[in-house]
Design a protein around this ligand. Sequence first.
Ligand code: THU
Length: 136
Amino acid sequence: MDRRKLIQAAIKVLPESYTPYSHFHVAAALLCKDGTVYTGINIENAAYTPTVCAERSAFFRAVNEGKREFEAIAICGGKDGIVTDYCAPCGVCRQVMREFCDPGTFKVILAKSEDEYKEFVLKELLPMGFGPENLL
Ligand code: THU
């Protein structure tokens, strides 16, 4: 896996983020196990609650195209699109990751730049998560 390329893909779409209310831009690049990459941005809404995060944008694009197996996601974000810190995924996005990804191996890469990033596996960010197998 080329982490730099995945981070680059997220950084590239950050300006597309639609955030007229918070002005907090977020972008994600999701790597499928077949090597394809789906990007996503956060899309806000005047009614606020319909807002969708960048991570879920990326996941839903991929799942819509039939993808079900994922290796990693790179995430970057910051006020007015200026990245000064690591942008961690919200709880709802972590739960969406949990639906499709192996908590022990799926990598979540929080990036400030191609060279400056922190990497976690999903179970570090969502310990004791509730997943599809709990319903079996
Ligand atoms: N946001 C994301 O896109 N991803 C996250 O995981 C954290 C929050 C967005 C939602 C909203 O548009 C803005 O950041 C401020 O919360």
